[in-house]
Write a protein that binds this ligand. Structure first.
Ligand code: 1PR
Length: 584
């Protein structure tokens, strides 16, 4: 009989990826526990229990109390059986969090420690004139692991966690060591036998993982941390606390300079998906957004099958995979959103974050006539395995309304409702801008860029430009600048910008530095540079810009198999840029 793994599920987030990752590791049967009654029913069989939490600390703590799970989990831990907490599941083991003051019940208090929020005003960022974004999202490393008060020997790991691999984090609050009192709590716990793994975000040090006797918890998401993360779950399931580290030869990090934040530069593979003329869902690729071939057939370019390609890019080392449903402005019935199945399948084999875009807005179901709010559409995607949704056309309409409304948020837009329910990190804004040349800045109310290089002046010698946004896949042009769009969306709760450039899309001439610099220098949230990548050097160039781009996305160069994702990443590492190369 397959061994069973039990997961506490208080419906505060999507646990599908976690269940998929366990099934991927071995022949395990996964069972969910929602309340005390179910816990009692299974209790005598539970040997491996996972305690994952997503979202808000207070919400999670309230749920575990109201469902009677606190007592059961405590009894379980004192019985000596194994438990693994993930993200808010780690946080709930502590006393309380700044995120949710005045709760009726505090956390489980295994450690008398108060969690706090990362500091946006981090001095190390200020000195460099860069904005620090909170939440802390992305791939980070563990700086140091201690077992008791001793630093763990280099060849040992804590449940496979080691200082070489990178792990995927998404959170705004953490067990941050802010002062001497915090240090003292950790020191005392260590002398009582606690094990700790420490990470850094800017100049702040926080706990990436803790272990004590039979329980273990990670702040990062092992189920989204590629092979390195799967190994952590496997070590927990197999009870291998201090595993020997395997020797790796792919990691030559000598001379690689850690980023200011500690986060690696991300390389993202993007799949533009649509139905072709034969009615099949295919990956396509445009040339300045024109996805039809230039021959007499003028067919939609078919570059492969979405799940096959996405899995290939995961295996090649992509840090994230993005699916964009590029014809979603055509209404489709809510139960038949074409990407749902793709995501669901992709989440079975891909263990890095997945983003889906296209058609995330308030809908009217063309079949039932029923109004479906954007937050429900997003929820369907999250339940199918997406970690983030990307909003394109609707973001433009929302920003236009925002400015018309004297920058007063309504609280009702898709950006606001989705980020309120699922967190800012779950909302990406996909921007589709096109350069517009101007003779003088006074010709527009948008913030303009002065072009200094005469070879780049406009066709009539124009020396100024701004990036005019479009919607509906470039079909509709708006009187709004990309900068104005991004700053409005940041205020409304977006967590990241996917910055395309119609002028560079499919051109293989490199990213649009002018545009990237303008946006990244004016928003604190992470920016993904997109459009124009033709070779690894283009990624290097965009990451070396002073503004500190967080991630860069490629499509055509991967689809045409000119480069694998890891070719790009190895090249970056050779050039001393900090990237994640996954474990093998
Ligand atoms: O507006 O919320 O329904 O979302 C639709 C989404 O589909 C938007 O994110 C929009 O960018 C995208 N989209 C719509 N039409 C097209 C098209 O190509 N005809 N694709 C399209 C956008 C841009 C990138 C592309 C990069 C890299 N694709 O994602 O992958 O430019 O390409 P490259 O590396 O080959 O140069 P909504």
């Amino acid at each position: 009989m397959a061994p069973k793994v039990y997961i506490i599920d208080v419906e505060s987030g999507n646990l599908k990826s976690l269940a998929n990752s366990i099934k991927r590791i071995g022949d395990y049967e996964v069972k969910f526990i929602h309340n005390a009654e179910e816990f009692k029913q299974f209790d005598k069989d539970i040997e491996k229990l996972i305690f994952p939490g997503v979202g808000n600390y207070g919400h999670f703590v309230k749920e575990i109390y109201s469902r009677g799970l606190v007592e059961e989990v405590k009894k379980y831990i004192s019985s000596g059986r194994s438990l693994m907490g993930i993200c808010v599941g780690l946080q709930a083991l502590f006393r309380e969090s700044e995120e949710s003051p005045g709760l009726e019940h505090q956390g489980l208090k295994y450690l008398d420690f108060k969690l706090s929020k990362f500091n946006k005003e981090d001095q190390s960022f200020k000195e460099r004139g860069i904005l620090k974004s909170v939440p802390h999202i992305g791939w980070n490393s563990v700086q140091k692991i201690t077992s008791g008060t001793q630093k763990l020997a280099d060849e040992k790991s804590l449940y496979s966690i080691n200082t070489i691999n990178k792990y995927y984090f998404v959170h705004s609050y953490a067990a941050i060591l802010k002062n001497d009192a915090d240090e003292k709590i950790i020191q005392e716990a260590a002398s009582n036998g606690w094990d700790f793994a420490f990470s850094r975000y800017g100049s702040e040090t926080f706990l990436a993982a803790v272990a004590y006797k039979n329980f273990f918890a990670t702040q990062f998401h092992p189920e989204k941390s590629g092979v390195a993360g799967l190994k952590v779950i496997k070590s927990f399931l197999e009870g291998k606390k201090f595993e020997e580290l395997e020797k790796k030869d792919i990691q030559n990090t000598e001379g690689v300079e850690a980023t200011l934040s500690g986060l690696t530069k991300r390389v993202i593979a993007c799949l533009d998906v649509r139905t072709n003329d034969a009615g099949d869902l295919v990956v396509t690729k445009g040339d300045q957004y024109n996805v039809r071939s230039s021959d007499s057939e003028s067919e939609v370019r078919n570059l492969g099958k979405p799940i096959e390609l996405a899995t290939r890019y995961y295996n090649q080392g992509a840090d994230e995979v993005t699916f964009l449903n590029i014809t979603s402005f055509r209404n489709s019935p809510i139960k038949d959103l074409p990407m749902l199945q793709v995501l669901s399948k992709a989440a079975e084999t891909i263990f890095v974050p997945l983003t889906v875009g296209g058609g995330i807005k308030d809908l009217i179901d063309p079949v039932s006539g029923e109004a479906v709010p954007a937050v429900k559409v997003a929820d369907l995607y999250f339940k199918s395995g997406a970690d983030k949704v990307s909003i394109g056309s609707d973001a433009v309409n929302i920003a236009e309304e925002f400015y018309k409304n004297n920058k007063v948020p309504t609280g009702k837009s898709s950006i606001e409702t989705i980020s309120a329910k699922f967190g800012n990190q779950a909302v990406v804004i996909s921007v589709d801008p096109k350069r517009k040349y101007l003779s003088l800045p006074s010709e527009t109310s948008m913030r303009t860029i002065e072009i200094t290089d005469p070879t780049k002046f406009g066709p009539n010698g124009e020396r100024f430009c701004y990036y005019q946004v479009t919607s509906q896949g470039g079909r509709k042009v708006h009187e709004l600048g990309a900068l104005e769009l991004c700053t409005a969306c940041e205020i409304l709760g977006a967590g990241e910008i996917l910055l395309n450039s119609i002028d560079h899309d499919g051109s293989n001439k490199g990213f649009n530095h002018e545009l990237v610099k303008q946006i990244k220098s004016n928003v604190a949230i992470p920016v993904i540079a997109s459009s124009g990548a033709g070779n690894p050097q283009h990624f290097k160039e965009v990451f070396e810009l002073d503004c500190g781009v967080d991630a860069a996305l490629g499509a055509g160069l991967f689809h045409r198999e000119e480069y694998e994702v890891n070719d790009v990443k190895r090249y970056l590492q050779e050039h001393k840029i900090d990237v994640r190369l996954d474990d093998t």
